[in-house]
Design a protein around this ligand. Structure first.
Ligand SMILES: C[S@@+](CC[C@H](N)C(=O)[O-])C[C@H]1O[C@@H](n2cnc3c(N)ncnc32)[C@H](O)[C@@H]1O
Length: 240
């Protein structure tokens, strides 16, 4: 286990409480209407032409990696939110299931209206399913999973994926700590500010790629994790 920037090892071991997980979910519901400003580099996230160009170039690199992943028919997207990535999955899947805890975030997801797409509003820390999938995708989600829940999360992924099934994820690199909506970070948590001025505490872990690959491997998933130059960590995997 490695210590994250500016955090002590003791802080990292502090488990996240149920209340903090509820606060994280409520934060995303409150942020739904302004969430896409972050991805589209609008408003306070607009860092100027040069920095934005790097962001969009690296985002496009990651998107092209997703397009090279064989998704198969039955696809599960966890925590899809406003659908930045769902819109790339929906045209390629026969069945796409979107599971997110926030109805407010899902209300902004254009893919949710597609005929082959089902949505489920559920807490991913307790959600279970008997369905099995050819691919599972989660974007900007793994950093919100507490350390003590990381192995159980990969155990679930291992059981939900069919043999040969594919995994794709993308998340932030630690530079995300310098984003304008961040007020501070301690242990596994980060304090974020909304446009309204209200603030909330969420979980934010920057897992080293090797740690994610080891956790995935334990549950039958061969996972390769890479990084773009500045902003993103991403991975592709296959269920053995
Ligand atoms: C950082 S956003 C990622 C959204 C989208 N995947 C993207 O790439 O833009 C995190 C998402 O996790 C969802 N979420 C947070 N806590 C959750 C929970 N306990 N169960 C299910 N979804 C949750 C939020 O509603 C939000 O849509």
């Amino acid at each position: 286990m490695t210590t994250q920037p500016g955090r002590s090892a003791e802080e990292e071991f502090q488990p996240v409480t149920e209340e903090q997980l509820a606060e994280q979910l409520a934060y995303y519901s409150s942020r739904a209407g302004e969430y896409d400003d972050w991805w589209l580099r609008r408003g306070t996230f607009d860092k100027g032409e040069t920095a934005n160009e790097v962001w969009f170039r690296e985002a496009e690199l990651v998107r092209s990696v997703l397009s090279s992943v064989e998704l198969g028919d039955d696809v599960l997207e966890l925590a899809p939110g406003t659908g930045t990535w769902s819109v790339h999955l929906a045209p390629r899947a026969r069945n796409l299931l979107l599971v997110d805890g926030s109805a407010e975030m899902l209300a902004h997801n254009p893919a949710a209206k597609e005929e082959q797409v089902r949505t489920e509003i559920a807490d991913l820390f307790t959600w279970e399913t008997d369905e099995r999938f050819d691919a599972i995708v989660f974007t900007f989600w793994i950093s919100h999973v507490p350390r003590e829940r990381l192995r159980p999360f990969f155990r679930s992924l291992g059981s939900w994926l069919r043999p040969g099934g594919r995994l794709f994820f993308v998340d932030d690199l630690p530079l995300a700590t310098t984003e304008p909506h961040v007020d501070g970070a301690a242990g596994q948590t980060m304090t974020r500010r909304l446009n309204s001025g209200e603030s909330a505490t969420i979980v934010k872990n920057f897992y080293p790629g090797a740690e994610l690959a080891a956790a995935a491997g334990e549950f039958g998933i061969d996972l390769e994790v890479r990084e773009s130059e500045t902003y993103f960590q991403y991975g592709t995997g296959r269920r053995r």
